[in-house]
Design a protein around this ligand. Structure first.
Ligand SMILES: Nc1ncnc2c1ncn2[C@@H]1O[C@H](COP(=O)(O)OP(=O)(O)OP(=O)(O)O)[C@@H](O)[C@H]1O
Length: 252
């Protein structure tokens, strides 16, 4: 593991009225790992990611990105720094092809969105970059198709490829395989984790499918009632009595 965390949460807390959804979570994340977050319904998983990405303000605590306090930073500024959450990316435009969608994401990073179809050098550059991403994510077969009719799993991978176009250092995914057929789930996860690994992008994903967590996370964080129950290698987490009692037996 690299020595400096790219992201650190310090005693992060979120209250909704009287309800404490996140109750003091302190965790470190690194660019060379894939972290799986598990926990029963209502454990605070999505809220935690919402706090990190800036969708929700903190009630208390701190978020550090590469050592800088970003607790009050606006969402888009976090994205610019390299903290990307999958659903935050520009939506998939069904009237565009898959390649054009990736290009639009690249151009939004370059803040040249309005010039997508003008023949500029930037467009050439973005085309080349889009083609590289298409190759990285094994999307060649669908590159020139309009995205409307793409299989769900391909749309999910496209979604992540578009996030990669924003040049993240760490990326958060909330159930990246939801709605994907069971046969396709492994392909989707394999593609995403390999791409992140190749580009040294930290990956953090929430997942209810425990087999995917076991297979694809290098570290597993178990949350329960807004707190960290365990943060360890997947085997250690799945063999823990506490995790079995509070999470696995109750279903996630
Ligand atoms: N915007 C909100 N306003 C009020 N309460 C909320 C809000 N968002 C989440 N909660 C509550 O906070 C708690 C944590 O919810 P959260 O969605 O983070 O859990 P989760 O672990 O992601 O659950 P799931 O696996 O069901 O998605 C729950 O009790 C939920 O009802």
């Amino acid at each position: 593991m690299s020595s400096t965390p790219i992201l650190e949460t310090v005693d992060v807390r979120k209250e909704f009225g009287n309800l404490v959804a996140v109750d003091g979570i302190s965790l470190e994340f690194y660019t060379d790992e894939t972290v799986g977050i598990i926990g029963p319904n209502g454990a605070g998983k999505t809220t935690f990611i919402n706090l990190i990405s800036g969708v929700l303000p903190l009630t208390d605590g701190q978020i550090l990105f590469a050592g800088d306090d970003i607790s009050d930073l606006k969402r888009y500024k976090r994205v610019r720094r390299g903290l990307v959450r999958s659903f935050q990316i520009p939506q998939i435009y069904d009237e565009l092809t898959l390649r054009e969608n990736i290009q639009s994401s690249i151009l939004s990073r370059k803040q040249e969105n309005n010039r997508l179809f003008t023949p500029t050098d930037r467009e050439e550059e973005s085309l080349q970059e889009a083609n590289e991403l298409i190759e990285t994510f094994n999307l060649e077969a669908h590159a020139d198709e309009h995205t409307e009719h793409l299989p769900h799993g391909v749309r999910k991978v496209l979604d992540v490829a578009m996030s990669f176009a924003l040049e993240p250092q760490i990326m958060f995914l909330d159930e990246p395989t939801s709605g994907v057929g069971s046969k396709e789930k492994n392909d989707v996860m394999e593609t995403i984790t390999q791409a992140a690994d190749e580009q040294n992008i930290g990956l953090v994903f929430i997942e209810h499918d425990m087999e995917l967590i076991r297979e694809y996370s290098s570290r597993t964080v178990a949350l329960h009632e807004g707190r960290v129950l365990l943060d360890d290698e997947p085997d250690a987490v799945f063999n823990s009595e506490e995790v079995n009692e509070f999470i696995l037996e109750g279903g996630v």
